[in-house]
Design a protein around this ligand. Structure first.
Ligand code: FAD
Length: 527
């Protein structure tokens, strides 16, 4: 008999709930987490300004009514310390810590077919076995290496937003360079600009960002708590996993003045819902360009120097085909005297020197470099583990891009589940909604196996083929693949360019996954 029924890898939002859910069902579960505490994303990413961009009321668990009634969110978009406090509270409230091994990284998984179990090897040299493994390893948990020449030569201080020192960093009066203008870079830049002496922002690709209009939410929260059931139900069936009032009209059939009014209204509300004003924005380039130009005009209005404003205006990809950002005064930062922008498309980074960064032949002298250079998204953390089944590793099976059935299992790798795996809505959604949906599905599958006296479950290769084709075909109907985004693996040299998330939306995906479950797990094989 294996040592455990289930080993869960990772103790973020996904791993914590997966442990609770399966333990409630009577399974013996052990969680293994590389970090020295629980929290996942919110344990590692402690950089200044880190906060969620889905509203806290929705970016939270729904599985326990008492939990959602008792927890008090203070802001519309909670900051990292509050999110981490919440996850600690969940771990303590449900007594999860006793089944979590911290500070331990899973290096290798080996499928033992005769014994129908996985052998799990960890970096402390130990091994243990389990019937099932659930990878709750995170979509954005493996930092991408920027590969700058001379990085190790820098004499100043070097920090990564994805692994920020727990004790914080005093940047007061210092010459700071931030490399990267995705969500983490932009939040860092906004937070540190008023504190540092000089700030140089190194931008490869500008982002589209909407205002957060962040604020205290005591009254909103009290009201939300009276109708949490309704809010959660709407989230589970919405395309994006939260309640955005998705527009059903076509922008191209709407009068420009009307469009302007609607976009103004959504800009005034703030947040990611700006992207959901019209149904054709991700399928019709004309509609997309109209919204993109609206954003660019906003940037031109905010940023006083027209040359800097143009550099901040994205023009090389459709809006929303890269993850949109949400900010609290990001563009305004460029009106400060102590902030300058280096456009890396004109002046590429050549190397890091002991005293700074050389870009376009100019040396920028720096005391501190902050790398906000993103993640090897969706497959990075999984591929970092040597997952061996028969004569193949998962890395080999996914050499031409990830291959899954429903983003839940991969053919040839029995009894291994992925929470919010590639080819599920995952990073295109409110992740907590998608995590809860997957954890529920996986847990019910394990209960089904137990009830039937079965010990083995695997995706059928033909259903996996069909799902891979479906997800690619759906993506190709949209403008998403037109951007060199991390959704496409384009930020990691050598990574296969395949659009990884399922674009059909959370609601549709749930219907499909529920249908498969109701149809006796059609497309899965049992033994
Ligand atoms: P994670 O929180 O990433 O946890 C995975 C854990 O697995 C990590 O702690 C990691 O250490 C551990 N792990 C990985 N590999 C191993 C291994 N081999 N051995 C042991 N442990 C391992 N999503 C949203 O929906 N809304 C937001 O506003 C939002 N904001 C974000 C802001 C930032 C800065 C980042 C980086 C991501 C954000 N996300 C957001 C995405 C976020 O990752 C998810 O919302 C959510 O936290 C994912 O939870 P998870 O448990 O799946 O993964």
């Amino acid at each position: 008999m294996p040592d455990h029924d289930v080993i869960v890898i990772g103790a973020g939002f996904a791993g914590l709930y997966q442990l609770h859910r399966l333990r409630e069902s009577g399974f013996d579960v052990r969680v293994i987490e590389a970090g020295d505490d629980v929290g996942g994303t919110w344990y590692w990413n402690r950089y200044p300004g880190a906060r969620c961009d889905i509203e806290s009321i929705e970016y939270s668990y729904s599985f326990d009514e008492d939990l959602q009634q008792e927890w008090v969110w203070t802001e519309r978009f909670a900051a990292q310390p509050e999110l981490l406090r919440y996850l600690h509270h969940v771990a303590d409230r449900f007594d999860l810590r006793k089944d979590i091994v911290l500070g331990t990284r899973v290096l290798r998984l080996e499928w033992d077919e005769p014994a129908t179990q996985w052998t799990v090897h960890t970096d402390d040299g130990a091994t243990c076995t389990s019937r099932f493994v659930i990878a709750a390893t995170g979509n954005l948990s493996m930092p991408a290496e920027p590969g700058f020449a001379g990085l190790e030569d820098f004499d100043g201080e070097l920090y990564r937003t994805s692994n920020w020192p727990h004790e914080g960093v005093d940047l007061t009066g210092r010459r700071v360079g931030v490399v990267g203008t995705g969500s983490s870079g932009l939040q860092t830049v906004t937070a540190v600009a008023p504190v540092v002496g000089e700030l140089t922002v190194f931008q490869r690709t500008p982002c589209f960002s909407a205002p957060a209009h962040n604020r205290p939410i005591a009254e909103e929260l009290a009201e939300a708590k009276t109708r949490y059931r309704e809010i959660r139900e709407a989230a589970r069936t919405a395309p994006d996993g939260y309640d955005c009032r998705v527009g059903t009209g076509l922008l191209v059939e709407t009068q420009p003045a009307e469009v302007e009014k609607e976009l103004d209204r959504r800009w005034g509300e703030g947040g990611l819902c700006l992207g959901w004003a019209y149904a054709d924005v991700m399928t019709d380039l004309r509609a997309n360009e109209a919204v993109a130009e609206y954003f660019r005009n906003r940037i031109r209005t905010i940023v006083k120097d027209p040359a800097v404003a143009e550099k901040l205006c994205p023009t090389t990809y459709p809006i929303f085909s890269k993850r949109m950002c949400v900010d609290t005064g990001y563009y305004e930062v460029y009106n400060r005297d102590n902030v300058s922008l280096v456009d890396l498309t004109e002046e590429p980074i050549e190397r890091i020197t002991p005293s700074g960064i050389v870009a376009g032949g100019r040396e920028h002298t720096l005391d501190v470099i902050v790398l906000a250079t993103g993640f090897d998204a969706m497959t990075g953390a999984l591929n970092a583990i040597e997952i061996q089944s028969g004569d193949r590793t998962l890395r080999e099976a996914w050499a031409d891009g990830p291959r899954t059935y429903l983003g839940l299992m991969s053919a040839g790798f029995p009894n291994l589940f992925t929470v919010t795996g590639p080819q599920s809505p995952s990073v295109l959604s409110n992740m907590v909604t998608s995590i809860e949906q997957h954890v529920g599905w996986i847990s019910r599958a394990l209960e089904h196996l137990r009830e039937q006296g079965l010990t083995r479950m695997e995706a059928a290769p033909e259903n996996e083929d069909a799902w891979v084709t479906t997800t690619n075909d759906l993506a190709n109907l949209t403008l998403f693949p037109q951007a060199a985004s991390w959704y496409m693996g384009a930020n990691v040299p050598g990574k296969e360019r395949v659009f990884m998330p399922f674009v059909g939306g959370v609601g549709l995906y749930k219907q499909i996954a529920d249908g498969v479950e109701a149809g006796c797990y059609h497309g899965f094989r049992f033994g």
